[in-house]
Write a protein of this length. Structure first.
Length: 559
């Protein structure tokens, strides 16, 4: 009897959840949270399944499917992968180093055994879906025909994960979206999108350019943003007030969207961008991209892209996972955005330096205090470690440039003059610069009137600010018991102030909070807002330095 009552209650609730007509399909909210007042429209298809002949190509429009109402009850996640260095050693080494403890684990990745693990049940090649979370009070405005004046600003999240992992549900945004309905905020519509990962989304090289699409994942993101622009008003969102936001690979993706086609084609479908710790390992030459492709085809036991398209999803997913797992280069992920001559005509830093980007974007950008440690090889304890890290990140570097970087730009002098007091911190600073924080400098100097912040809560590791960005004031927080700073919120006031900054920027273009000072434009004095345990204050931007000026013209590219 109780089971029958629960079944009837569930059916009754489902019948009251709103349905949005997208034209090609009708989609119903999957849930409504009465305590937060949020509707969740989950797993909305924005592109056709990228399988078969569409594998390794740019996305295409979904087919019309109006036979029944979709409710997104089947979770969707793109195929995942991870290098052995990240699963076996990465966090352990970083935390041991921070604690001053000796680290004895072997750094010879070739000695680690790769054992295939079962993918999440939600994993599928057919993964080009997005989620929309919207406050009921915002959604209900769609029932009032009064033009755009009642529509809410939109925040679109692009997740990180090294371009090989992550998905639209990696971060629970309900706390952030709920705060957008209180503390003087007007409410936002939040969108999180999937994009293809690893070999599925980031293949490049001559063979792909001849019979496919290099950097297909960037096209996924652009396609999803086009979907948002066309459809978000149906959920109460204003297409003229779209802010795209992303961290790490998500932030790096946004930089590539801002510099897409060298700024020569139609601008991206967003007006503002919040870019957090933008990063990727720079891949310039087509030869390196082709080598990666041929290695992938070898894992598949085929010789052409066409043959790879005929294989089952299981085989391709397994090959992608295996290839990335055994990547011997510590701190790298095999795949990521690469210069392809079209969507990515050059590295974003170069394009920003030359003025070849979309200028009409209001930018907020931030970086953490120590972006590089998590990607620094334990070999950096040894005298050869810095050179190994440099070769991993810039394999085509010229000999004279290599020597300049090793002996002049980051010399082995550990008295603090150059920003480090030991060999590990020296290597970590190099990774921070080239992989992450110089990207923020390039953005700040190109746009000048950016709003910049630094996440300086000790230890300030890459990704540590994600727990603050998505802090949920109403939930049980893992920070109370966790010893991992990546999961810890040690200062709730900073978390709420950060959320206020992001929400107010999304709403009216200026980051403000009643809990902290207003972030002023970066401007001629190169100032950023420093988020610290004891205070939030304006300080000089430490990424405005000679090292970043050296790296921006790409002196490490040969030929």
């Amino acid at each position: 009897m109780v089971l029958l009552w629960l079944t009837l209650a569930s059916a009754c609730l489902a019948s009251t959840l709103p349905v949005v007509d997208l034209g090609y399909e009708r989609h119903q909210a999957l849930s409504y949270n009465s305590s937060s007042g949020l509707y969740s429209f989950d797993n909305i298809r924005y592109a056709a399944p990228p399988v078969g002949d569409l594998r390794f190509r740019a996305p295409t429009a979904p087919k019309v499917n109006r036979q029944r109402i979709q409710n997104g009850s089947v979770a969707r996640m793109c195929p995942q992968a991870a290098p052995l260095w990240s699963t076996k050693v990465q966090t352990t080494f970083a935390l041991d180093y921070l604690a001053g403890q000796p680290f004895n684990m072997s750094t010879d990745i070739s000695s680690y055994t790769y054992t295939p693990t079962k993918q999440d049940p939600a994993v599928s090649e057919d993964c080009l879906f997005l989620d929309v979370t919207v406050p009921k009070k915002v959604f209900d405005r769609t029932k009032v025909k009064s033009g755009r004046k009642n529509l809410a600003p939109v925040m679109v999240w692009i997740y990180g994960g090294g371009y090989i992992a992550g998905d639209k549900t990696s971060n629970d945004a309900r706390g952030l979206v709920h705060r957008g309905t209180v503390a003087g905020h007007e409410g936002i519509v939040y969108v999180a999108l999937n994009y293809r990962l690893g070999a599925f989304g980031w293949l490049g090289g001559e063979s792909v350019n001849a019979n496919g699409t290099a950097n297909a994942a960037l096209h996924d993101q652009r396609f999803a943003l086009e979907w948002v622009y066309k459809n978000i008003h149906l959920f109460g969102g204003d297409a003229s007030r779209i802010t795209v936001m992303g961290e790490s690979a998500g932030g790096g993706s946004i930089m590539h969207q801002i510099t897409a086609y060298g700024g020569k084609q139609s601008p991206p479908r967003f007006q503002q961008a919040i870019i957090q710790s933008p990063g990727w390992v720079h891949v310039i030459g087509e030869e390196q991209q082709e080598d990666t492709l041929q290695q992938f085809l070898g894992f598949l036991n085929v010789s052409t892209i066409e043959e790879a398209r005929t294989l089952s999803s299981d085989k391709v997913i397994a090959a992608n996972s295996a290839q990335i797992a055994v990547n011997p280069k510590w701190g790298t992920f095999t795949y990521g955005p690469a210069v392809d001559g079209t969507f990515v005509p050059a590295l974003p830093g170069q394009l920003l330096l030359e003025g070849n980007f979309h200028h009409d974007v209001n930018v907020m950008v931030g970086h953490a205090a120590d972006e590089g440690l998590l990607f620094t090889t334990p070999e950096s304890y040894n005298s050869t470690g810095f050179g190994t890290q440099l070769s991993n990140y810039a394999p085509s570097i010229l000999k004279d440039v290599f020597e300049f970087v090793e002996h002049i730009l980051y010399p082995p002098i550990y008295n603090g003059t150059f920003g480090y007091t030991n060999s590990v911190a020296r290597a970590a600073l190099f990774v921070s610069d080239l992989g992450f924080q110089c990207n923020t400098d390039y953005l700040n100097r190109a746009f000048n009137q950016t709003y910049a912040y630094g996440f300086n809560i000790i230890p300030g590791l890459h990704g540590q600010d994600a727990a603050y960005t998505f802090y949920n004031e109403g939930s049980t927080d893992v920070s109370s018991t966790s010893t991992n700073p990546l999961l810890t919120v040690s200062n709730v006031t900073v978390a709420l102030a950060m959320q206020d900054y992001f929400l107010s920027f999304t709403e009216h273009g200026v980051p403000t909070s009643s809990l902290a000072p207003t972030i002023e434009p970066w401007g001629p004095h190169a100032q950023l807002m420093s988020l610290e345990t004891e205070q939030i204050r304006s300080i000089p931007d430490n990424t405005r330095n000679a090292r970043c000026s050296f790296w921006q013209p790409v002196p490490y590219a040969s030929g």
